[in-house]
Design a protein around this ligand. Sequence first.
Ligand code: GSH
Length: 207
Amino acid sequence: MIDLYTWSTPNGRKVSILLEELELPYRTFPVDITKDEQFAPGFLAISPNNKIPAIIDPDGPDGQPLHLFESGAILIYLAEKHGRFLPKEGRGRAEVLEWLMWQMGGFGPMPGQVHHFIALENEVDRAYGLQRFMAETRRLYGVLDRRLAGHEFVAGALSVADFAILGWAWRHERHKVSFADFPHVGRWYDALMARPGVKRGMEAKLD
Ligand SMILES: N[C@@H](CCC(=O)N[C@@H](CS)C(=O)NCC(=O)O)C(=O)O
């Protein structure tokens, strides 16, 4: 049974989606990041970067418990361990990792900045931040839309890269993106959200 330390955020949802798609049993431990619970010493021992999500797998690679933070590392670990949603080798694996890293480095940090600046009260700070990070967020949606114009999923068969990107696309309204402008993303999003495993991952109580 995996222990999942999380909160109901895009990075948190990536892992609950994968756990549900893999039909793995897990226990959820909410870490209320609005109350700074991510800085509690007990949580820092698992996630020294004071961010959710993190997991503990009691049955780690050497038979010993493994704790892991960074959502991308968690997705790769669970996919490899259970032999699904990440090809073992070759071009297919390289492409999934390419799009997973694209999400981790851009399609997450950039819309995350929109979420930050949109909530600021200082008009000058807010205007500059939104101008910069909304433009970059829209650029990334354009990259994804062009990719999905010729591909059913982002990299070969359905993979952890799709789940990682979905976690952030789930918050498109909050970062003021309409799928009317990115129709291929909209088609992909609807197909993924209709999957029973994805639905359970999105609806799981994480807070
Ligand atoms: N690169 C990290 C980012 C995790 C992250 O930003 N988590 C946010 C919630 S989505 C968090 O825990 N924020 C609390 C904080 O920054 O103190 C990952 O993908 O796991």
